[in-house]
Design a protein around this ligand. Sequence first.
Ligand code: NAD
Length: 450
Amino acid sequence: MRVAIFGTGYVGLVTGTCLAEVGHDVVCVDIDAAKVEGLKQGVIPIYEPGLEPMVKHNHASGRLDFTTDAAQAIAHGEVVFIAVGTPPDEDGSADLQYVLTVARTIGRHITRPTVVVDKSTVPVGTADKVHAAIAAELQARGMEVPFDVVSNPEFLKEGDAVNDCMRPDRIVIGADSAPVVERMKRLYAPFNRNHDRMVVMDVRSAELTKYAANAMLATKISFMNEIANIAERVGADIEHVRHGIGSDPRIGWHFIYPGAGYGGSCFPKDVQALAHTAQQHGYDARLLNAVEEVNESQKGHLFELIQRHYDRGEDEGVRGKTFAVWGLSFKPNTDDMRAASSRTLLAQLWEAGARVRAYDPEASHEAKRIFGERDDLLLCDSASAALEGADALVVVTEWKQFRSPDFARLKTTLADAVVFDGRNLYEPVEVEAAGLAYYGIGRGRSLRAE
Ligand code: NAD
């Protein structure tokens, strides 16, 4: 099928590439001319494992093209995806300006029956707004062109996005007419050969399903962080607790890792947007608000542990110290730093007068873009380079390469011989045996039985 995709970010680029990979004829549109030009030259704007060779060979085969020309893309696509950003507005609601701009563009250019697919994460009722925006433009042109608006939320995980897209565990389609469902089934048939992964429902339920999924996962994380905070106070080890509850199949092992809080482009904004939607409909979503509140304070927890260690009143103990920070991206295998816990930590360290030597395998360029040149930040080329001249180590992102450091070397390199482990990667006993002080989340040296 001929497909057009608006937005070549994490979702649009991966979706377009995977659709081309299974034989569809895809044109990706973006307003960012530099990004489009780069993609045509084989420069991939994001780090996503496995994506680069797929983009290159599908582009070379002619099944995947990139353009800034919206009219050309709409003329190409019998199915037109909207995969642009929906960042949080000031009040926490989803900002729909990019989605609705694309809808109006579609209305200005369609000339034949088209299926418009909302892939962006959008609040319940957005498909109606997209429909109205397209209809208004058609009316202004004095034209009648049949079109449908489908909700097809995306569930890919950054860092494993290609795999998620090629082997989705479900494909949610919200549509109001049987022929449109059939078109979507045809589009996704190559991903559906092993067994039927399509979950078909009405549009509003599909829109809500995406928010419910993210809110559920965020809730598990905040729940676990809350239990970790209790564990710290009562002298229990959250890692034992995690093993104790994860083995219960009703609870399961996924998303019960305590840590320095969740970040990324999805959980924080989606939980807030869902709470906002609830409020607009007269419902106070107490649980969702609490999930965000717990997460916000959890992002400051590493700094609390640092303060506790260096406690000499005010921030005097932290002032003038140099911290090696391992990991800046919001999770491993991505360069995405949107709402990353590292950003909260760095801001707090700088505010307290500390300096940072940071290393991230993929997010350095993003950190440079966000923070610019500063005297109190050095972006290092390796994990060991970040340690040179540092007083303490803080692990913020659980990249695999951080899992087994040489603790004896850490002891000799770090002036204050202390490790703050924001993802519970290490065994406190092992770290302490090397002569280092250890702070984890809900465990280790941070335990203070009262
Ligand atoms: P992104 O910021 O990486 O990419 C958005 C792209 O849209 C940018 O390249 C931007 O230039 C482009 N754009 C903006 N306006 C445009 C227009 N008028 N025409 C063409 N292109 C335009 O965003 P993303 O992370 O890919 O997220 C997109 C949507 O998918 C969001 O709603 C997000 O919540 C949702 N989502 C994201 C993920 C994820 O892991 N990133 C997962 C599932 C769903």
